[in-house]
Design a protein around this ligand. Sequence first.
Ligand SMILES: *Cc1c(COP(=O)(O)O)cnc(C)c1O
Length: 341
Amino acid sequence: MEKKDIKWSEIGFGYMRTDYRFQAEWNDGKWSEGGLITDDKITISECAGVLQYAQTCFEGLKAYTWKDGSIVTFRPDLNAERLQRSARRLMMPEVPTEMFMRALDETIKANAAWVPPYGTGATLYVRPFLFGSGPVIGVAPAPSYIFHMLVTPVGPYFKGGIKPIVICVSDYDRAAPHGTGDIKAGLNYAMSLYPGQLAHSRGYAENMFLDAATRTNVEETGGANFLFVTKDGKLVTPKSSTILPSITRRSLVHVAKEYLGLEVEERVVPFDEVKDFVEIGVCGTAAVISPVGEIDNGDEKIMVPSGMEAMGPVLTKLRETLVGIQMGDVKAPEGWIRKIL
Ligand SMILES: *Cc1c(COP(=O)(O)O)cnc(C)c1O
């Protein structure tokens, strides 16, 4: 198969229209069979639930090319499961795991020419999403839904080396107790745009959000979970019912325990404790781990001991091991890799 003529290592994280996408519709209580389409435009009611009341959720995962040329995905069963949880909370029909996997296999296979080759650092980003497409004017769940999966090649997250970022504690909250912080809802991102823009305008890469109830404990950034390393080499990650259960974080916790023999604590992390950690990172599908070099909270500046030049040794080892698993260079735990081609 001929790959597209793209300078793979130079592309960024942006949308590029590819050849095929998968779509299925839910009507009258059931899903259509669904299948590949070439049209990148979706026509829906002007009164669609997604347009009026933000009834939508999504997922994000990647397809990787291994050294032997095979194309794989990483733990997509967890994305299918998480999309189902998000759907239930937003009163949308669940996408059956069978359909999710069929969509994944078909969409990636059909777009194989768009999957970046091994060694370029680039990957194919997969974006499944689900939304209310039928009309509602009184507040209610939409009468019909669309499940759509698109793919777009994305470049290496770190061009020219991994550089620690500077972040700030936000004056805004991300998620309320018993709210929707633990699901991947579009609405969680709409409301984070303003605090995100504010942070960027002040020179920060990301916001650190604290728990809305007490504003004393660390939650997450707008799109990544936190990892901390203690002086005695333990991995600590915040536990809260209002953070999004990152698949990368859950995988890194397993890698830390089972591959690196680290002690791991999943618990409440008071902001007051942050100054005592020796390495700090944020994790998610996009970068696996990004190191944090400085955290500002008003006038208080916390300089992370690992510094502004490089990622600390524990997070580096963790990242290298997980990337090794994703790229086929380290043996994966049973069931973590789904081979597509
Ligand atoms: C998607 C997401 C993450 C990262 O989850 P991964 O499954 O690791 O990609 C973290 N926080 C939020 C709010 C998210 O939406």
